[in-house]
Design a protein around this ligand. Structure first.
Ligand code: G1P
Length: 297
């Protein structure tokens, strides 16, 4: 079995109803933080971690995603004629090598686990990554790269993990921690969206995974879980029950929940402040806003 992680699955079939009406005709993954769509952040992170094959699990109405990663000959010709090399270079980051990207449809919204399972034939018998584009992580070393490096020592499967407030447990997969060993956490199990009082820890799964292909077999054993959906968390928990290694990995970086409006706005501000050409103007504006709010109080 190839042990290098070179394939990644991007589950992008969700309807994005929290962002209606914007998502009525635009896939939520195309929504932009400053000037880059969410999906581009995910792809850039995957590339930096050594991913060579990109598998999108899509659904009806996600055609704009396919166009986004295609060449745009008219636009490119017009930019070339005008000598706009900087913009042409930006466009290049959206292009994929022929055959490096695949789209597969999830015909029914049966859950994240089911979405990942839909890609099983494209993965074959090698470990693979899963990236949830809603979770945007700002980090000096991209989160998935940190995980790939840790995984080279641990093997097994690995999920990104982050501490959350106890009141937030019911929004996440939560780890049942055996012991902490620096960034790598041994776990006894995982539970999807537990009630606060049932949460086994305050360590939550964040949308980056490195998984053994064996996980696909587990869908024969698990049933619909939280929310009546086939959960990826349950398929990973089944790995542990069967005695296979699964680790949590406490990544370094700041995670934004871009599946929520507040998280999306925070990410927008944060990424804008990180851009030299926007920083000063935005900072002045935010400072004025804060002092106006303070004065009003
Ligand atoms: C999914 C996973 C959950 C994980 C979360 C991270 O939930 O099912 O285990 O903690 O992503 O963002 P969702 O946010 O899709 O409900």
């Amino acid at each position: 079995m190839n042990t290098k992680v070179t394939k990644a699955i991007f589950p992008v079939a969700g309807l994005g109803t929290r962002f209606l009406p914007a998502t009525k005709s635009v896939p939520k993954e195309i929504m932009t933080l400053v000037d880059k769509p969410l999906i581009q952040y995910a792809i850039d992170e995957a590339r930096e971690a050594g991913i060579k094959e990109f598998i999108f699990v899509t659904s009806r109405g996600k055609g704009a995603l396919e166009d986004y990663f295609d060449h745009a000959p008219d636009l490119e010709t017009s930019l070339r004629k005008k000598g706009k090399t900087d913009l042409l270079n930006i466009l290049k980051t959206t292009n994929m090598d022929s055959g490096a990207i695949a789209y597969i449809r999830q015909h029914k919204a049966l859950g994240l686990g089911h979405a990942v399972w839909c890609a099983r034939r494209l993965i074959g018998n090698e470990p693979f990554a899963v990236i949830l584009p809603d979770d945007v992580i700002a980090a000096e070393k991209p989160c998935l790269k940190q995980m790939v490096e840790a995984y080279e020592h641990t093997g097994g499967s690995m999920v990104a993990a982050m501490e959350v407030a106890p009141s937030q447990a019911s929004s996440y997969g939560i780890l049942d921690v055996k012991n902490y060993n620096g960034d790598v956490v041994s776990i006894n199990g995982m539970v999807e969206k537990p009630a606060q009082e049932d949460a086994p820890s305050n360590l939550a799964v964040i949308g980056r995974y490195i998984l053994s292909p064996h996980i696909f077999d587990n869908f024969d054993y698990i049933e619909a879980g939280a929310g009546g959906e086939l959960q990826l968390t349950d398929a990973i928990a089944e790995e542990i029950l069967q005695g296979r290694d699964v680790h949590g990995f406490r990544f370094k970086g700041q995670r934004f929940d871009c599946g929520s409006k507040a998280g999306f706005l925070q990410a927008t501000v944060s990424f804008a402040l990180a851009r030299e050409e926007l920083r000063d103007e935005l900072y002045d504006y935010l400072t004025d806003m804060v002092s106006m709010k303070t004065a009003a109080q």
